[in-house]
Design a protein. Structure first.
Lengths: 364, 364
């Protein structure tokens, strides 16, 4: 039997742990995994493109665990009341090839994206950062704000989106959370939101080379958390921001960021830093209070690996409500597949206690 | 909500339809799909190798539907009471990227493998074939025998396996089926089973270049259904059988078969035929009663595509017992992911009737 975490269950787990605590703990897992970067078998994502969107598989593994995420990107879905991005994933045991967990990842992707944004900002933003501009108030925005409030001690957020309904939605959700030490301001433009902010987070969904941030909006010492530019032809920052002499650009995985990130606009000879080096301390996230730091995040399979392993652990710890699905046959005689199908072959004894008889996986 | 077919449900569906009828209908679907070969976006499987096995993702799509199968291969699993191969798969809507079905595929892989074996044999074996040798009596064997009994009118099977317990298991399962017009013989060796047989099916699991069939066992007019050789270094036929001047070799997908099939032993200049050409009638499956025909089957993503679409249709037709899982959030406002998680955003009305509001997929 395989553990199953659907949309209902992830909501239960988050209600139990608390969303900000979940993201903070997950950031810890991501940090550990990025610091053992060379343990991972990293491969490019497999993408199936159509005229209206893309379906991708993102696999990664170390010597013990294998994960992949299925994720789609269909910008026109919102017109039909559907999500632009949905995702799910699998955690499997490398030693046996058996899946251990099937989980929804639409929510988990939002959680892990905000977690890694805040983790990077901890190393890159000025330590006295308290004000964040939130450009793009869609599906990702609540998660980003909660993670930065918890992990960076952001105390003022300034909201802007070209879609006023999105800002109203964000405002409604933030008000319901009643966070006592968070000031919320609605700005009239990106420029107004960014003016004097310590951190500018961009999470827009425009599928083109957009100019969400232009050079005159960027001030010395700012940290730019550029989340929305995440595929070829989809960027948010003006190239002159990337080319500032005082800019310091960090990416998750350079080969992928060169194709999908803001840095697709740069020549490959223009240097960037990988997050693993910043997290391990090999390279600094910031070298002065005047530098403009840019985290050019596109989402990498390792973030999902860390997230699936964390959710697997959390789901097992909260045993009440844990669900199993019969995705894999459990047979006493593995050669008697026919007997399993016809009910004449008994299940393996381990099935009766709801787990496959693998050796326990040592979770990092 | 996404349709879910687990191991229990596939057994229910098979009990309802009948296993032989299922495989015959599935063979029809496979034939239709192989005849529109160029509609498909075919890509190599993604393999993650470890010292003890492999985990693979096999994606394929046409303009309407996308599928992938997750499948592992861990030969040593049987020592721990686990299956060597387990699998599951997804059918998704290309237009929206939403998954439509999550299904177990350990059983379905056995069913589709037998279906394509019998389909190929219909075009390749002599039409008066009535006797089949069954070399390898493991997990695949019952499915092969049932498919060949139904689709080729095989009336005598001769069983052989180096593992006597496997043959006893197969004999027990076949006896329970009480097939009145099928004679079952236990042979003492591969040579004895093959002698005078019309068809020889090899489905052994030995992970090396084995010599299950050697040249002196092969008689003019025989059809060899070589299923077990399916990865680099794992073959069943002696190279001299492949190089007989009267041999006619058919494969599912040449680029893959050159790496994984029996023909990995041949030079790439030695010609083979693709199944699509035989099924479309461009090339003959057999040109004389004396020819030795060889179906060198390794399992291709398109077989799984046809199978997942067929199971999706069947599962919806048998609405009693149909299960849905909450793998994807259903939100009235797709930008309000946070509201979905906290229960403040209502689900999209379509969720209440248990389906996503996509346009119905026209199933081929």
């Amino acid at each position: 039997m395989v553990d199953y975490v659907g949309t209902t269950r992830i909501a239960e787990l988050l209600a139990h742990v608390g969303t900000a605590s979940f993201m903070e703990a997950l950031a810890g897992e991501i940090e550990v995994d990025f610091c053992r970067w060379h343990d991972f078998d990293k491969s490019p994502r497999h993408a199936a493109h159509s005229s209206v969107g893309v379906i991708e598989l993102m696999p990664i593994s170390d010597s013990k665990l294998y994960t992949f995420k299925y994720v789609n990107g269909h910008p026109k879905n919102t017109h039909d009341g559907l999500l632009t991005v949905t995702a799910f994933g699998i955690l499997a045991d490398v030693a046996t090839g058996y899946p251990l967990l099937l989980s929804e990842m639409t929510y988990i992707t939002a959680l892990r994206t905000a977690a890694i944004s805040a983790l990077a900002a901890q190393k890159m933003a000025r330590s006295n950062s308290r004000v964040m501009a939130m450009i793009g108030n869609g599906a990702q925005s609540e998660f980003q704000i909660l993670a930065f409030h918890r992990m960076l001690r952001i105390r003022e957020v300034r909201l802007f989106d070209t879609d006023k309904a999105a800002t109203e939605k964000l405002l409604r959700n933030l008000s319901a959370l009643k966070i006592p030490d968070l000031k919320i301001i609605c700005s009239k433009s990106t420029a107004e939101a960014a003016r004097g902010a310590d951190i500018v987070t961009t999470v827009t969904a425009d599928k083109r080379n957009a100019l969400i941030l232009t050079p005159e909006m960027v001030e010395p010492g700012m940290h730019l958390n550029a989340v929305g530019g995440d595929c070829p032809g989809k960027t948010e920052l003006h190239i002159d921001i990337l080319r500032r002499s005082d800019a310091r650009i960090v990416v998750e995985y350079e080969p992928q960021a060169r194709i999908e990130g803001e840095i697709q606009q740069l020549k490959t000879t223009e240097l960037v830093i990988e997050l693993t080096d910043v997290l391990c301390g090999t390279k600094a996230g910031r070298t002065s209070d005047h530098e403009v730091t840019i985290f050019d995040s596109v989402g990498f399979a390792l973030n999902d690996f860390s997230a699936l392993r964390y959710v697997y652990k959390l789901n097992r710890e909260q045993s009440a409500g844990r669900a199993l699905i019969d995705l894999v046959p459990l047979l006493n005689d593995p050669k008697n597949l026919w007997g399993g199908l016809t009910g004449t072959e008994k299940p393996h004894p381990a099935a009766l206690v709801g787990k496959v008889p693998t050796k326990p996986i040592a979770l990092v």
